[in-house]
Design a protein around this ligand. Structure first.
Ligand SMILES: [Zn+2]
Ligand SMILES: [Zn+2]
Ligand SMILES: [Zn+2]
Length: 241
């Protein structure tokens, strides 16, 4: 929902700590010459302006929930020189085609449309010189997509990681992992579950994302194990191989 939550007066939603102001979860990767966006949620336009984004070589989608795809229309200014490749599972891209039907069908001549080149992936591929390994993760009863890119493992909206995907998450420099809140949730890891995953996978560093207003950044951070941190909007990190 983003933080502050509409209509909420709780301490986190009213906080003046900028780390308690959360746009929808997304990441921008600079990998060599390539600029790769992971998910384009409804806050994409605002995030792109803050990041002074000028071009994108590819978008990796984890799944088709609104908070991860509903900013795709705002790719229009980045499509002037051609299409933007959009990678995701067959199901995710089928949902994108349905939701953004006007981008694929001529509806009103002369109006700009996002020029999206949908590329289903179920095996390793490369963007420029960067190898990308997609893998399955469970989001409640859905199978969605995580990505291994060099020393980075990116997992959001997970409630379980299948055994076959586990092997792709060894030896990480950085694990990005969702940690929704403290209370159990049917389709997202809690903070405690996320800490257990980190302890088992043993990345060098882990950053938690996709937190609700149940998480006050300062007090919750003080309770995390070494090497684990809650991410925040605008956080920049350098990832080793
Ligand atoms: Zn609140
Ligand atoms: Zn989701
Ligand atoms: Zn989500």
């Amino acid at each position: 929902m983003g933080v502050p939550v509409i209509g909420c007066d709780c301490a986190v939603c009213s906080s003046t700590d900028p780390r308690n102001h959360r746009m929808r979860t997304s990441a921008l990767l600079q990998a060599g010459a390539e600029t790769i966006l992971i998910d384009a949620g409804p806050d994409f336009r605002a995030q792109a302006l803050v990041a002074h984004l000028r071009s994108i070589d590819a978008v990796l989608l984890t799944h088709s929930h609104f908070d991860h795809v509903a900013g795709l229309d705002d790719l229009r200014p980045l499509c002037y020189n051609g299409c933007v490749p959009i990678y995701g599972s067959t199901r995710t891209l089928a949902d994108v085609r349905e939701r953004f039907a006007y981008a694929f069908n001529e509806t009103s001549a002369g109006s700009t449309r996002p020029n999206l080149d949908l590329r289903p992936v179920d095996a390793p591929f490369a963007i420029g010189g960067t190898p990308i390994h997609p893998f399955d993760i469970e989001h409640g009863t859905w199978t969605i997509t995580g990505y291994r890119i060099g020393g980075l493992g990116y997992v959001t909206d997970a409630s379980a990681i299948p055994r076959e995907s586990w092997d792709l998450l060894g030896g990480l420099d950085v694990l990005v992992l969702n940690a929704l809140r403290y209370e159990p949730h049917p389709t997202h890891y809690t903070v405690d579950q996320a800490i257990e995953i980190v302890a088992a996978l043993r990345p060098r560093r882990a950053f938690f994302v996709h937190m609700t207003h149940a998480i006050d950044h300062a007090t919750a951070s003080a309770q995390l194990p070494p090497g684990v941190a809650f991410a925040y909007d605008g956080l920049e990190i350098t990832i080793g191989a």
